[in-house]
Design a protein around this ligand. Structure first.
Ligand code: EPS
Length: 388
C-alpha cells in the first residue's frame, strides 16, 4: 500500500492544473458531481475578479478510477485553464516563432515576485508569479474532493464559514452542528451571521471602490472523526502541527490556530480546558470544546476546529511602491486584474487541505487496501477503546 500523499502541478495561465493523489484504498465509490461541486464552491464569494467569469472549473479524472470506483492506483486529476486561450503565446511551453513575451520587472510587495525571481534566477517575474498564484488552489480542491469522498465513506463531514472580513466580525456561535452549514454556500460571503453578511458585502464594495483588497478570518470544522488520529509520540505526527502546516501553506494565509487558542491564552487554566465526564449511554463526553477537538496532537472525538487568518491580496489596483528589477529605479508594483477578497474561497481551499490531512491520518492509522478493510479496522479499534 503506498503512503497517502498528493502533489499539484500547473501555472495560472498555462494549459491547466494537475493533481495526483496516491494512497486512496480501492473500492471507494466517488461521486462525480461532488467533485465538481467543490470546484464550483471554490469559485464563490462576493469580491472575486474578472478571472472567475472566464473559468468554470471541472475535474477530469485521468486515472485511478473506473466506473465510479477507485482502483487503489494513483488518481490523476486535470483542471483546465480556460484563460489559456488568451495566453497561448505568452505561456506556451515551447518557443513561439516570431513572438517574444514582454517581461515583468515590477515585483508586488507581499507576493513571491521579488524573492522568487532572485532565488530562481528569473529576469522575468512572470516565471515566478504564474506558479505562486492562488490559481493553484483549484488543483488542491480537486485533490481534496477525492479525500473528502474517502472521509464521507467513514462518516466524516468537513465544513467552513467566514468569521471576519476586514473590520466586520461575525457573531461567534458555539456548538455548531453539520446542519448549521446547510445553506452556507448561498450566502454571498459564506458566513453564518446574516447581519454581518450584509455588512461584509458593503465593506467589500466600499474598499473595492477605494482600490483596496481585504483579508479576514474563517473556521473549518470536521465532524464525526474517530478519536486517536495523530499521535503525541513524535513531533511530526502531532495532528495540530500537520493541520497548521497544511492550512498555512495556502497562498496568503498568515496564521492558523486550533480551537479557541487565542482566547484561551488570555484565560486562567481553570477556564481553558474541557473537563471530562462519563455516562453509561454515551461513554466519555465534554461540555465544552475549547481545545478544538485535539489534545496531545490527537483527535479526541470532539468536532475539530481549525481557524485561519488571510491577509489582503497583494495585487492592488492602486499599486504599492516598489522597484524596477531591471533599472533599480523606484516604480509602482505590477498592476493586474485581481480579486478584492478571497476569504470565502480560501475557507473552501482550507476545507480541502483539512480533508487531505485527515485522510492521510486515517490511512496511517487504519491501513487497508480496500475501503472495507478500513471500515473493519475502525470498527475493531472503536470496539477496543469502547467508543459509544
Ligand atoms: C491570482 C490572480 C487572479 C485570480 C487568481 C489568483 O488571476 P488573474 O491574474 O488571471 O486575474 O483570479 O485566482 C484564480 C485564477 C483562481 O482560480 O482562483 C493570484 O495572483 O494569486
Amino acid at each position: 500500500m503506498s503512503a497517502f500523499r498528493f502533489t499539484t502541478a500547473g501555472e495560472s495561465h498555462g494549459p491547466g492544473l494537475t493533481a495526483i493523489v496516491e494512497g486512496i484504498p480501492a473500492g471507494l465509490e466517488l461521486d462525480r458531481e461532488a467533485l465538481d461541486r467543490d470546484m464550483a464552491r471554490r469559485q464563490l464569494g462576493h469580491g472575486r475578479g474578472g478571472r472567475m467569469r472566464i473559468e468554470t472549473d471541472t475535474v477530469e479524472v485521468r486515472s485511478g478510477v473506473r466506473h465510479g470506483r477507485t482502483l487503489g492506483s494513483p488518481i490523476a486529476l486535470l483542471v483546465a485553464n480556460r484563460d489559456y486561450a488568451n495566453w497561448e503565446e505568452r505561456m506556451n511551453p515551447w518557443p513561439v516563432e516570431g513572438f517574444e513575451p514582454e517581461e515583468v520587472h515590477l515585483p508586488r510587495p507581499g507576493h513571491a515576485d521579488l524573492v522568487g525571481a532572485q532565488k530562481y534566477g528569473h529576469a522575468d517575474i512572470r516565471n515566478v508569479l504564474e506558479r505562486a498564484s492562488a490559481r493553484e488552489t483549484a488543483a488542491r480542491v480537486a485533490a481534496g474532493a477525492v479525500a473528502r469522498g474517502f472521509l464521507t465513506a467513514l462518516g466524516v463531514e468537513v465544513h467552513s464559514h467566514v468569521t471576519r472580513i476586514a473590520s466586520v466580525v461575525a457573531e461567534q456561535r458555539d456548538e455548531l452542528t453539520p446542519a448549521d452549514f446547510a445553506g452556507i454556500d448561498n450566502d454571498p460571503v459564506r458566513t453564518l451571521d446574516k447581519t454581518a453578511s450584509k455588512a461584509m458585502v458593503e465593506e467589500i464594495n466600499r474598499l473595492r471602490k477605494a482600490n483596496e483588497s481585504l483579508g479576514g478570518t474563517f473556521e473549518v470544522i470536521a465532524f464525526g472523526l474517530v478519536s486517536g488520529l495523530g499521535s503525541h509520540i513524535s513531533w511530526e505526527d502531532r495532528l495540530d502541527g500537520r493541520l497548521a502546516q497544511a492550512v498555512c501553506s495556502i497562498q496568503s494565509i498568515k496564521g492558523v490556530s486550533i480551537g479557541e487558542a487565542w482566547d484561551v491564552a488570555t484565560r486562567p487554566g481553570s477556564e481553558a480546558h474541557d473537563e471530562i465526564f462519563w455516562s453509561e449511554a454515551g461513554g466519555y463526553f465534554r461540555e465544552t470544546n475549547r481545545a478544538g477537538g485535539l489534545e496531545g496532537g490527537m483527535t479526541n472525538g470532539q468536532p475539530l476546529s481549525v481557524r485561519a487568518a488571510i491577509k489582503p491580496i497583494s495585487t492592488l489596483t492602486k499599486p504599492l511602491r516598489s522597484v524596477d528589477t531591471e533599472t533599480h529605479q523606484p516604480a509602482q508594483a505590477l498592476r493586474e486584474r485581481t480579486d478584492s477578497t478571497v476569504v470565502p474561497a480560501a475557507a473552501v481551499v482550507a476545507e480541502a487541505m483539512v480533508c487531505l490531512t485527515l485522510a492521510r491520518a486515517y490511512r496511517e492509522k487504519f491501513g487497508g487496501d480496500h475501503i472495507d478493510d478500513v471500515r473493519a479496522a475502525i470498527d475493531a479499534y472503536e470496539a477496543r477503546i469502547d467508543a459509544r
